[in-house]
Design a binder for this molecule. Structure first.
Ligand SMILES: Nc1ncnc2c1ncn2[C@@H]1O[C@H](COP(=O)(O)OP(=O)(O)OP(=O)(O)O)[C@@H](O)[C@H]1O
Ligand SMILES: [Mg+2]
Ligand SMILES: [Zn+2]
Length: 525
């Protein structure tokens, strides 16, 4: 009897009594992928099926899926002792994406598919009990790792094909079922249940949904200017103003004045969205800065990521190289706001797991919006005391606000603002932002930083001296007790960005005053 007997068999040569099959897949730790060798061994002895090599719970369930999928493909598992080994054993293996590799390694061990063909491919896919191949998360970083490690030929679920094809040099073979994979690897098409799998080629990128333009925002000159500064210096920003002033409108338009992502950033950002399962591969690589706006009821897990199996990146990672917008920010739970401190300081999120740590990049620009008080009414009708207002803002605690360089106050929109004045477009503001960013990057070229917001206060004070006369407005504010030393550093950072936008080599007194004005509007602290 063959090791894997066809259920209604004719024509398959008797498979060896014991055999070895090898296939490959990719294990992800954070965003980093490692090629994993999957060896299937069929031995005489009591029938059984063991998976060894540090599998997690989802992977252990792979046995049942593989067993059922092989049966649904018209084949049967042998009455042999089956051992599947995932190597290197030291690498934790998570999730269900190894199913396909395990199944074809078994088919190779039984000589139903050609072992030498099988060894040529990397397999990424989960199996359904009916033999269908289901898409998995994280295909982009997995394929990128396989190609980088010399394995260009990749078999994926048809639904993952476009995403896999985003990786240059990848040769993508989409399959709809285990039967398709078996045929690809040399099984006789008459022997297996397969389907017509579509050949998928990468499409041209199509433009993303329209996010609006800065020219839509009427009036609010100071807030528009603050947004421009935020974009140019990468500064975190808080907008406080009455309902309907345009806070949400402005925040949503920040990406429209930011430059395109670099190639390296585009691959990294797309990989994160692939891992989160939120990628639309028909749009190509993500080349524009992302914009994430979690609702204030979001849990800490939704913000920072986590979950069993392959940890899912949270909003802070999805916003990597882009904007994290917290609308109605004082409404967020303070425990949730606290979780932002680590990524804001470190630029990445470290998720600790039994098998090691996963790191997801999370370098985002934080934009927060808030009403001046919890009643949500405009200035005229609001009757809240200043104590109530302060308590409302206390959730946005010191440590978080300490990192926010720009505090901007918006006033309600008035009838006169709608007079039909032509507002400047995003494209034209983006030109100034880009020039200012270049100037800062040039000045910072021998440092680890590229944006003014990244420069620590002490370094700033020591290395970029500004004449005392220029700093006078800040010194006065400190001596009157209006601002702290820390706040003074934030003002200096913003003053440099104001100067960069104005094309000046260093801030002058008016730049410092402009920066000071953009602090005065925030909540008391
Ligand atoms: N400055 C503005 N220019 C043009 N339209 C505006 C402006 N401000 C508000 N609007 C209009 O009002 C609507 C609400 O604006 P938006 O949601 O941005 O206000 P908000 O400040 O975020 O208010 P809330 O505090 O209620 O969230 C917008 O969709 C837009 O139609
Ligand atoms: Mg709003
Ligand atoms: Zn009020």
């Amino acid at each position: 009897m063959s090791a894997i007997a066809k259920v209604s068999g004719n024509g398959i040569a008797s498979a060896p009594r014991s055999g070895l099959g090898l296939s490959r897949s990719v294990g992800l730790v954070g965003l980093r992928g490692h090629v994993v060798e999957v060896e299937a061994h069929l031995a005489q002895g009591l029938p059984g099926f063991a998976i060894v090599g540090l599998p997690d719970a989802a992977l252990s369930e792979s046995r049942d899926r593989v067993r059922a999928a092989i049966a649904s493909t018209g084949l049967a598992l042998p009455h042999r002792r089956i051992t599947v080994n995932l190597a290197p054993a030291s690498l934790p293996k998570r999730g269900s994406g190894f199913d396909l590799a395990i199944a074809v390694a078994l088919l190779a061990a039984a000589r139903i598919v050609r072992p030498q063909e099988c060894a040529k491919f990397v397999m990424l896919g989960e199996l359904g009990l009916d033999g269908r191949v289901h898409p998995v998360r994280g295909v982009l970083p997995a394929v990128a790792a396989a190609v980088a490690q010399g394995h260009r030929r990749i078999v994926v679920a048809a639904q993952n094909a476009r995403e896999a094809a985003l990786v240059p040099d990848a040769e993508v073979h989409p399959v709809a079922s285990l039967g398709d994979a078996a045929v690809l690897l040399g099984a006789d098409p008459g022997d297996v249940v397969s389907s017509d799998s579509p050949v998928i080629t990468a499409d041209q990128a199509v433009p993303r949904a329209d996010v609006g333009d800065l020219s839509d925002v009427v009036g609010q000159h100071q807030a528009r200017y603050a947004l421009e500064i935020a974009a140019a210096g990468g500064h975190h920003m808080l907008m406080v103003g009455p309902p309907g002033a345009g806070k949400t409108m402005l925040a949503k338009r920040l990406p429209t004045i930011l430059p395109d992502l670099t190639d390296e950033q585009a691959v990294e950002v797309t990989a994160i969205h692939s891992l989160a399962g939120s990628l639309d591969p028909s749009l190509g690589l993500i080349r524009r800065p992302p914009f994430e706006a979690p609702h204030h009821t979001a849990t800490a897990a939704a913000i920072v990521g986590g979950g069993s199996g392959l940890p899912r990146p949270g909003a802070v990672s999805l916003a990597h190289c882009g904007t994290l917008f917290l609308d109605e920010s004082p409404e967020f739970k303070s425990s949730v706001l606290q979780t932002l401190r680590q990524p804001i300081e470190a630029g990445e999120l470290v998720i600790h797991r039994s098998g090691g740590v996963a790191r997801y990049p999370a370098r985002f620009q934080l934009v927060m919006a808030a009403n001046p008080c919890p009643c949500g009414m405009d200035e005229q009708r609001c009757q809240c005391t200043s104590l109530v207002q302060r308590r409302y803002f206390s959730r946005l605690s010191g440590p978080l606000l300490d990192r926010v360089d720009l505090h901007c106050q918006l006033r309600g929109i008035r009838l006169g603002d709608m007079s039909g004045e032509q507002m400047e477009s995003s494209a034209s503001v983006a030109l100034r932002v880009s020039a200012a960013r270049s100037a800062a990057a040039k000045r910072l070229q021998d440092t680890p930083w590229t944006l003014n917001s990244q420069v620590p206060g002490p370094w700033l004070r020591q290395n970029w001296s500004i004449r005392d006369a220029v700093l006078e407005p800040v010194q006065q504010a400190i001596s009157r007790g209006h601002i702290s030393m820390r706040a003074a550093d934030r003002i200096l950072r913003v003053a440099w960005t104001v100067a960069d936008l104005a094309g000046r080599a260093a801030p002058d007194r008016s730049d410092v005053s402009a920066a000071l004005a953009l602090r005065a509007g925030g909540p008391a602290q």
